[in-house]
Design a protein around this ligand. Structure first.
Ligand SMILES: [Zn+2]
Length: 254
């Protein structure tokens, strides 16, 4: 059995100084499966190397919605598509909409999101979705372009989670569940069936501890919080998350 970090940026520059030590720590703790999210060339180079060295690591690549400020020309999508065909990632992501940090690039975000979803559908790859303050548009686009995959770092309502699940998506929860006043995440986690639930750190980002670099091994804390909240054993939660992860990366269609 393995713990899974369903969303981490292991190729990030923040891990450049001690990446191999960090990976040795995570695998020693039992976090032997992960989705490595690569947005950009630097992250991708490391991501490819790690995917090739660890059978439990899945490689995701995508143009992040926050990353369209300087280059949102259609030629960027063509270049991306070419690299995807060369690298053959296991997933397209993270992709989506972020109206919180980048409201003024909304239209470009939608164009890039739609194009990457279409590419994933064409290549029969799952997707990893980033959606922040953009739930209605995200849902409308996912309805329009059928794909499959994961809603990452979910922080929305019970109702919205149900609508994503109706489209076949799984819901991934991060460290927000660790905050003592995490009432809303607790309600949502309780509402998501175990066979649709995943757990992630978003390392090195989203650490619940100030000034701490989030690491994949910290995902175990989130497993513990969710197992307490759902009143199920860690073994049951681990088995469910692993089955879900395996299903996303093995099935051709859901
Ligand atoms: Zn991320």
């Amino acid at each position: 059995m393995a713990y899974i970090d369903a969303h981490c940026h292991l190729g990030s520059r923040q891990f450049d100084a001690d990446r191999d030590e960090m990976i040795a720590r995570m695998t020693a703790e039992g976090v032997t499966k992960a989705i490595i999210i690569c947005c950009g060339r630097h992250d991708l180079e490391h991501g490819i190397r790690l995917r090739d060295a660890h059978s439990g690591f899945q490689l995701a690549m995508g143009i992040h919605p926050q990353d369209l400020e300087e280059d949102h020309e259609p030629s960027r999508l063509a270049r991306f598509e070419q690299i995807v065909r060369e690298v053959r990632p296991d997933m397209i992501g993270e992709i989506g909409l972020d109206y919180y940090s980048h409201p003024h690039t909304k239209e470009y975000q939608k164009q890039f999101f739609i194009a990457q979803l279409k590419l994933a559908a064409e290549l029969d790859l799952p997707v990893d979705i980033h959606s922040r303050k953009a739930a209605a548009d995200t849902l409308a686009i996912l309805k329009q372009i059928p794909a499959r995959g994961i809603i990452h770092s979910y922080s929305g309502s019970v109702e919205m989670a149900a609508l994503y699940m109706k489209l076949g998506y799984s819901i991934s929860f991060g460290a927000s569940v660790l905050f003592p006043n995490a009432k809303k995440p607790a309600q949502v986690i309780a509402s998501v069936p175990l066979d649709r639930l995943l757990i992630e750190t978003d390392a090195p980002y989203q650490s619940p501890v100030r000034d701490h670099r989030h690491e994949p091994e910290d995902v175990i804390n989130i497993y513990e919080a969710i197992s307490a909240l759902r009143q199920i054993s860690m073994a049951e939660l681990e088995a469910a998350a692993e089955a879900n992860f395996n299903r996303i990366f093995s099935s051709k269609s859901l």
